[in-house]
Design a protein around this ligand. Structure first.
Ligand code: IMO
Ligand code: MG
Length: 455
């Protein structure tokens, strides 16, 4: 039977980011995972930071899908991920210490996922150093690991199962060119022997979790089991759709997540795109609705409370500091034009907007909240995110619609009717500009602090 007919009841929910990351994808992914059988991380690596709450404790996960906290789930790290075994083992440890049961029994790792080595992190630093305009990467070796994958010298999880000697030989080949570069920069040559021993030990720790993920996923698909893909990064960080060169090194939009998760288009039940009620970005690159803040070189400068800029006020109200790197995030208003422009990349069915409560507090503090509904760009008014910003050197200037005053939302609100009028106006404005239905509305920090609309 053709694939098309086999998968007539698709069961995979794809959760992805609608802006520049840090939208709270972990929160909605966890909610979806509550009744899921298989949860998957598909792309990126330890550059992602997803907070999940387990037994009232906050856990920052970077590689393992947050749905692992539910005891019925199988969790898969898919082939699109670049995996740092050191980071992985720490996370397993953190989860077990927090009381999550049978992590090692339920966690599966695609043998085809590529590995991150310490030399990738060194190269990440070096690449940034050689740029006139550094990207502000997370320094987790993500770009260089994907570069090795593309150059066909990358090592994969399967290689951890090789005898140490053979692993060493592969590391030697993978680092031959890199060592020349390191020599020029006075960086110590890669010790392939030592690394092979270390990674061979990692292999001994994780070999029982390594699987042929095609077969695993196929079993879940055939049995019509619920699958959740926890996306990492976001639309504007995608290496094709995003603000190149200020992007990450993977395709983190929906089609990229499918490849990374060993799925195909017939498996997709729905796509949920997550955004915040205000926007944030870490690292360099355009950010049309960004507000001024006391941030320099990834640090918050000292300032008196009465001198706070709007960007500072948003950052502090939202607690916008990186889970992976601790960096303060650049903050600004909701950009509905950007979200509308993500349609082709993400194929969104429903939007989830987090921090609608925080936006209400901001509105009360600042007198109003703003939503970008159009841009001024190159002497014209446009309604899409332009793709030649690097060429023109012009960041689109937002045209805002303002909603006067703010609102209070109780984190216990569970129905749309409980929202104050101004909050409803915000949601309706977003829906009318983006042409996407807002099904999920975040009203507080906990996973359950969410209004789910029937639609
Ligand atoms: P989650 O999944 C926010 C950003 C970095 C940098 C650029 C490239 O938590 O939303 P990289 O280390 O990937 O080469 O850095 O991408 N970036 C993220 N920003 N959240 C993330 O993930 C990010 N992953 C990468 O700050 O600007
Ligand atoms: Mg993040």
């Amino acid at each position: 039977m053709a694939n098309k007919f086999e998968s007539l009841i698709p069961t995979a929910v794809i959760v992805n980011g609608g802006a520049w990351g840090d939208e709270g994808k972990g929160k909605i992914a966890s909610r979806e995972a509550k009744y899921a059988d298989l949860v998957i991380r598909a792309t990126g690596g330890a550059n992602a930071g997803h907070t999940v709450v387990f037994n009232g404790k906050k856990l920052g996960l970077h590689l393992i899908p947050g749905g692992i906290v539910y005891p019925q789930t199988t969790a898969l790290i898919g082939q699109g991920v670049v995996l740092d075994p050191d980071s992985l083992l720490k996370e397993i440890n953190d989860l077990e210490n927090a009381g999550v049961k049978d992590v090692e029994g339920r966690l599966k790792i695609s043998g085809r996922a590529h590995l991150v080595f310490p030399y990738h992190k060194d190269k990440d630093q070096l690449e940034e150093k050689y740029k006139d305009n550094p990207i502000g990467t997370t320094k987790r070796g993500i770009g260089p690991a994907y570069e090795d994958k593309d150059a066909r010298v990358g090592l994969r999880v399967y290689d951890l199962l090789l005898p140490a000697k053979e692993l060493e030989a592969k590391i030697v080949v993978a680092t031959r060119m890199l060592n020349q570069l390191f020599k020029i920069d006075g960086i110590t040559e890669v010790d392939a022997h030592h690394l092979a021993e270390l990674y061979h030990e990692y292999g001994k720790r994780i070999w029982q979790m390594v699987v042929n993920a095609d077969i695993l996923v196929e079993e879940f698909v055939r049995a019509r089991k619920k699958i959740v893909v926890e996306g990492a990064q976001a639309y504007r960080l995608d290496k094709d759709w995003g603000d190149y060169p200020n992007v990450t090194s993977s395709n983190c939009v929906t089609p990229g997540a499918l490849i990374g998760a060993h799925l195909n288009q017939y498996d997709v039940e729905r796509v949920i795109t997550v955004v915040k009620a205000y926007f944030s970005r870490v690292g360099e690159g355009p950010f049309p609705t960004e507000q001024l803040a006391h941030i320099k070189n990834d640090k918050v400068l000292k300032y008196k409370p009465e001198e706070a800029y709007v960007g500072d006020i948003i950052r502090e109200a939202g607690g916008e500091y990186g889970v992976s790197t601790g960096r303060p995030r650049r903050c600004g208003w909701f950009d509905a034009v950007l979200v509308k422009s993500s349609k082709r990349a993400l194929g969104t069915d429903y939007l989830c907007i987090n921090h609608v409560d925080t936006l209400g507090i901001l509105g009360k503090k600042l007198g109003s909240v703003k939503v970008c509904v159009k841009y001024h760009y190159q002497g014209k008014i446009i309604e899409y995110y332009p793709d030649d910003i690097e060429l023109t050197g012009e960041v689109p200037q937002p045209i805002y619609e303002e909603i006067e005053g703010g609102w209070d939302i109780s984190s216990t609100a569970r129905s749309y009717d409980e929202l104050p009028e101004n909050a409803k106006r915000f949601i309706e404005l977003v829906e009318s500009v983006t042409e996407m239905p807002v099904k999920f509305i975040g009203v507080g920090p906990a996973n359950d602090d969410l209004i789910v609309r029937n639609m």
